[in-house]
Design a binder for this molecule. Structure first.
Ligand code: TYD
Length: 131
């Protein structure tokens, strides 16, 4: 099956006077076993990050603070654009999507990942990715 990127709307438990909790939970709204969690922060707003794809890794990204603009490209060169601008929103990224990311100065990205870190899983050369 060809799996596509999918926006996840997390539940918001709470109300404006108390604040909210959103939950990412395996077998509920996360389709893989989470083996790794990482987060990025203090990214200057003129920097573009990413510039790679993954052979096997699946991820869910959440901008828990700030705004993250994300472009995905599939192996046919078709582009998908996402703006993660609320902490109740996640983006599931399957394997084999080229990604570039831009961050607002206050953005904090949390990534739930299906695999432990392996540099061999990265495709960092776009011409190899398109092949
Ligand atoms: P990378 O995934 O290329 O960052 P980005 O896509 O945000 O630009 O990772 C940047 C560096 O951090 C790279 O040297 C690998 C290292 N790194 C780890 O050691 N472990 C990890 O879990 C991650 C995500 C990155």
């Amino acid at each position: 099956m060809f799996i596509k990127p999918t926006v996840i709307e997390f539940n918001k438990i709470g109300n404006p006077s108390l604040g909210y909790i959103s939950v990412a939970e395996v077998q509920d709204n996360i389709a893989f076993e989470i083996k790794r969690v990482y987060w990025t922060y203090y990214t200057p707003d003129h920097v573009q990050r990413g510039g790679h794809a993954h052979k096997n890794l699946q991820q869910v990204l959440v901008a828990v603070s700030g705004i993250i603009e994300l472009t995905l490209k599939d192996t046919k060169g078709i582009e998908y654009f996402y703006k993660l601008d609320k902490p109740s929103m996640g983006l599931f990224i399957p394997e084999n999507y080229w990604r570039t990311l831009k961050f607002s100065h206050n953005a904090v990205l949390v990534c739930l990942a299906s695999e432990i870190y392996k540099e061999e899983d990265y495709i960092r050369d776009f011409s190899k990715f398109i092949k």
